[in-house]
Structure formats: C-alpha cells, structure tokens
Ligand binder design. Structure first.
Ligand code: M1P
Length: 241
C-alpha cells in the first residue's frame, strides 16, 4: 500500500495559483484510488482556493502551514501555536529586514501570522504575479532571502527558517516543519513524497530527508508539470502491472 504526500505550490499548481483543469481532472481520479496527503506552507483557505473542495475533501488529509494545521474532510484535527516567547525579539529582526531591504518593488502585508508559523516577505504578500517575478529575479541576484534566513537560523537555533515559494520566508519552531506530519501517518505504508524545495534551506528539505530515512521515495520536482509527468508514468506502470 502506498501513501502519496504532495507539496502544493509549484508541485501540484503553479505558485499561488489554481490547479490547471487538466491536472485537476487527473488528480481527482488519482486521489480516489490512492492514499493521498497534502502538505503545504500555505494555510487551509489558500489551499481550498487553489485546489477546490473536491480535492481537499477526497484526499486522506490536508496539512497546512508546514504541518501546523491538519484537516480531514474540512474538519480541523489539530493546530499548533507559534511560540509567544520568541516573538518580540524576532519581530524586531523581521522589521529591520523589511525596512532595510533594497527590494526594487514594494507591495503590502509583509508579515503573515499563520497557524504555528510566520511567513515574511519584503516585497509583501499582496504583490501581483508580475511584482512577484520582479522580486524573484532580485532575490536570485542578491540572495536576500537566503542571507536573512541564515542570519535568523544562527540567532534562533530553535527555529526553522526556510525558503518555500518565490517571495517569502517561512518560520516555524524546529521540528514543527512539514516533517511533523509523518507522526500522523501510517509509517508501515511506502511513503512517496513530491516537493520542489527539497534542497538545503528549502521548506521541503526536512520532510524529504525524513521520508528517505523511512525508506520511502522522494521526487524533487522542478515544477508541477514534472509532477504530473511522473504521476502519469506511475499510473501507467500500475495499470500494466
Ligand atoms: O508552498 C510554498 C510557499 O508558497 C508561498 O510562497 P511565496 O508566496 O513566497 O511564493 C507561501 O505560501 C509559502 O509560505 C509557502 O511555503
């Protein structure tokens, strides 16, 4: 018996956008025949918008906010709270980072408090798709996010600071990253994980390592298109065998 675990942004959908129709049709069929869990840095409402109720209610479980929230069929199973203790000092560092950034473009909403985690962005969460692209270019040239993530990781060794999407940084308490979801799954099953940020410092890194350690399979995909190519192959093999 397999258990499939999927990251969402850029693994099943274009970053922060809805799943494409063709992939939706494929995936709905796929989840009805397989054990499927989702794990994302995003929160449940965003996942609902990106993937639809049809998908969220037909998978086995949905872990949002790096696994700090867990829903089964729209029912909240658990949620973690981001430690109040670290908050004041951390907020000072974050504000400095935002205020001193040389980002070529600034939108609004720089700090989003989610369940059990923070998501921060110097360009701002309200950035349009075009603005995201501009920022992403800037970040690739300057390594702004990586430098700040490294700084925070050193200063707050009990925090996990990781880079997931195009414009932001995810912060959670160490151990309360996406790998925490494995505590809620049946580890006797053969785990198969798909993610786009399995690299060091990426927000799929810990779960990818944990799945590998358990003898499962990890697909580090360049984007969602690659995911669906792999899934089509797997389904074909399954049907042949
Ligand atoms: O799931 C990947 C990431 O997607 C978004 O990132 P960004 O807005 O930077 O593209 C965020 O929801 C982030 O938390 C998440 O990890």
């Amino acid at each position: 018996m397999h258990t499939f675990i999927f990251d969402v942004d850029n693994t099943l959908t274009p970053p922060r956008q809805k799943i494409e129709l063709e992939n939706f049709k494929f995936f709905i069929n796929f989840i009805k025949k397989n054990n499927v869990y989702l794990v994302s840095g995003s929160d449940y409402d965003k996942l609902l918008w990106q993937l639809s109720e049809d998908i969220l209610n037909n998978v086995n479980g949905v872990f949002g906010c790096l696994g700090n929230s867990y829903h089964i069929k729209n029912k909240l199973i658990y949620k973690n709270n981001f430690a109040e203790l670290v908050y004041t000092e951390l907020r000072k560092d974050i504000n400095n980072f935002i205020n001193n950034s040389k980002t070529p473009i600034v939108a609004s909403n720089h700090v989003e408090e989610r369940i059990g985690m923070l998501n921060i962005s110097t360009v701002g969460r309200e950035a349009t798709i075009e603005q995201r692209k501009i920022y992403h270019q800037f970040d690739m040239q300057t390594n702004e996010r990586k430098k700040f993530a490294d700084y925070l990781s050193k200063k707050y060794p009990h925090l996990d600071v990781s880079i997931g999407g195009e414009i932001s940084i995810d912060i959670s308490v160490k151990g309360y990253d996406k790998s925490q979801i494995l505590n809620h799954l049946d580890k006797k099953n053969n785990l198969i994980f798909f993610g786009d940020r399995c690299d060091n410092g990426g927000n799929d890194a810990q779960i990818a390592a944990a799945v590998t350690k358990l003898g499962g399979t990890v697909y580090c995909v360049a984007d969602y298109k690659k995911t669906f190519k792999i899934l089509e192959k797997l389904v074909k093999l399954e049907n042949e065998g």
